[in-house]
Design a protein around this ligand. Structure first.
Ligand code: HEC
Ligand code: HEC
Length: 210
């Protein structure tokens, strides 16, 4: 081996070692930051209806990051009637930097998804399948979501959270801030669900994806 090559190989090895160390630090940081989140989202990230906090374990990192950034910058959660959002907003401010946001988002994404009990009754999955046709383009036919379209997965979400969230979009409690185009877009879509029954129907259909 020439001396130059040895140097390059040594450099590469060092880079790998550093990358490994920093990602381990990241995980430890993310886990430490998650301590605060536990009280509402649960130790396992399975959520708590009582705390109005949805299941977040296993959500993809890009989506968790995007939402934490939205909360931190006041693009989500500040509507006067958004009880749940107003709880999460101040929590997001405890994350001091973008690095902290990424670290905790990475940790949340690494947690295994927690199966959700059914709590919403009275939905007709067959009718819901009809109204879900509008949703397919962005959320996918099995609710897997689509990062390119900023659309989160719907599969495996707590049904009570789907219900309150779709109501909030319809009522304009979420999705009326022009500085948040993704929410605005989703609010428009929520209006295709003409009443509470239609929301329950589409939820019943989403539950068939699990
Ligand atoms: C005081 C309770 C509380 C604490 C602590 C808390 N959250 Fe939340 N969180 C909520 C509530 C309530 C919501 C639902 C907001 C809504 O319905 O719009 C929420 C929503 C979220 C969402 C959006 C989920 C989605 O599907 O859009 C993410 C991501 C999130 N929290 C992450 C965190 C992280 C990470 C922490 C810790 C740094 C944390 N939360 C701490 C109550 C809390
Ligand atoms: C044109 C694309 C598009 C279509 C069609 C669409 N959505 Fe969405 N949806 C989005 C985007 C983008 C978001 C993320 C909004 C944000 O960043 O806060 C979203 C968010 C959501 C959320 C909130 C998720 C959470 O974790 O808080 C629910 C629930 C939802 N959509 C359900 C539906 C349903 C049900 C339909 C069909 C009636 C539908 N969407 C149609 C783009 C779409």
């Amino acid at each position: 081996m020439t001396r130059k090559l040895v140097a390059i190989v040594a450099c590469a090895a060092l880079t790998v070692a550093f990358a490994g160390a920093s990602s381990a630090d990241d995980n430890a940081r993310g886990e430490a930051l998650y301590d605060l989140c536990q009280q509402c989202h649960g130790v396992d990230g399975g959520g708590s209806q009582l705390a109005l906090a949805p299941a977040i374990a296993g959500l993809e990192q890009w989506y968790v990051e995007a939402q934490l950034k939205n909360f931190r910058s006041g693009l989500r959660g500040l509507h006067a009637q958004d009880l749940a959002g107003l709880r999460m907003y101040p929590m997001s401010l405890t994350l001091a930097s973008e690095d902290d946001v990424s670290a905790v988002a990475k940790y949340v994404a690494s947690m295994p998804a927690v199966a959700q009990a059914r709590t919403v009754e009275g939905g007709d999955a067959a009718k819901g399948a009809e109204s879900y046709k509008v949703c397919v383009n962005c959320h996918g036919d099995k609710g897997d979501g689509n990062k390119t379209l900023n659309s989160p997965p719907l599969r495996g979400m707590s049904d009570w959270y789907l219900l309150t969230t779709l109501r909030k979009f319809r009522e304009g409690v979420r999705g009326t801030n022009p500085k948040n185009p993704n929410e605005m877009l989703m609010r428009g879509m929520s209006l295709s669900l003409t009443d509470d029954q239609a929301i329950k129907d589409v939820i019943a259909h989403i539950q068939t994806f699990n």
